[in-house]
Design a protein around this ligand. Structure first.
Ligand SMILES: O=C(O)COP(=O)(O)O
Ligand SMILES: [Mg+2]
Length: 231
């Protein structure tokens, strides 16, 4: 990545801006309870998040990352999960440190910003509103907004075309290999954050252009761009 090329930024939501697992876990547990199935732990849910609500529920129903669950079984559980998550949404979720301060700086610096999450769109906007994040993003894409979600490059390609930039001018910031793989497939740059979920794996393993341990480090990476521009 050449920081001086970056003209716009796409942010992931869960595990990047907001620690949403406490509410996702509560909704998952409430669904399993309603189905009289064995309950899972918050830690398990933390390792299952990343590919949207349906895959999370598939993993919860099977207590596994990759066991197949029949469509019928999953279709029966999904409305229950959606209802429970609707009720929990922002009850125990928390903004990560420095998120608002850094978004303020980036907005003031004039970067157009997009929010690209695998979370269903219907939960995304209320969650952004609940945490005062709804005025930063000119484009918000949920996991069900387009025909495919991250790690497919489609949502980032949409950002690139909507913002009228080239792929190498987009920076994707996220906590999951899905964010990094989507960025690579779209030809965009990426920053991987270490504090999020990523299935319990080291985010550095999927090869982001940079790794940050906290959100404010993003500014330092982009500052070299400012230095180049001011020169
Ligand atoms: O809801 C998920 O599974 C992941 O959401 P994210 O793409 O914002 O991390
Ligand atoms: Mg994430």
């Amino acid at each position: 990545m050449n920081p001086s090329d970056i003209k716009a930024i796409a942010f992931d939501l869960d595990g990047t801006l907001i620690d949403s697992v406490p509410d996702l876990a509560a909704a998952t547990q409430a669904t399993l309870k309603e189905l009289t199935l064995p309950l899972c732990s918050e830690q398990q849910v933390r390792s299952w998040v990343g590919n949207g609500a349906r895959i999370l529920m598939k993993r919860a129903l099977s207590w596994s990352m990759d066991t197949d669950v029949s469509d019928e079984y999953l279709d029966n559980a999904m409305p229950k999960f959606m209802q429970h998550y609707q009720e929990h949404l922002e009850k125990h979720s928390r903004l990560y440190p420095d998120v608002v301060a850094v978004l303020d700086v980036l907005k003031a610096q004039g970067y157009p910003m997009a929010l690209v999450t695998n979370k269903p769109y219907r939960f995304t906007v209320p969650l952004l509103q609940a945490f005062g994040l709804d005025n930063y993003f000119c484009l918000v894409l949920g996991g069900d907004s387009l025909a495919d979600m991250k790690p497919n490059p489609l949502p980032l390609q949409k950002v690139i075309s909507e913002f009228g930039i080239t792929a190498n001018q987009l920076l994707m910031v996220g906590d999951s290999r899905n964010d990094i793989l989507a960025a690579k497939a779209a030809g965009a740059a990426s920053i991987g954050l270490t504090y999020g979920y990523n299935y319990g794996e080291d985010i550095g393993l999927c090869g982001p252009d940079a790794v940050c341990n906290d959100f404010s480090e993003i500014l330092a990476i982009l500052e070299s761009r400012q230095a180049v521009l001011e020169h």
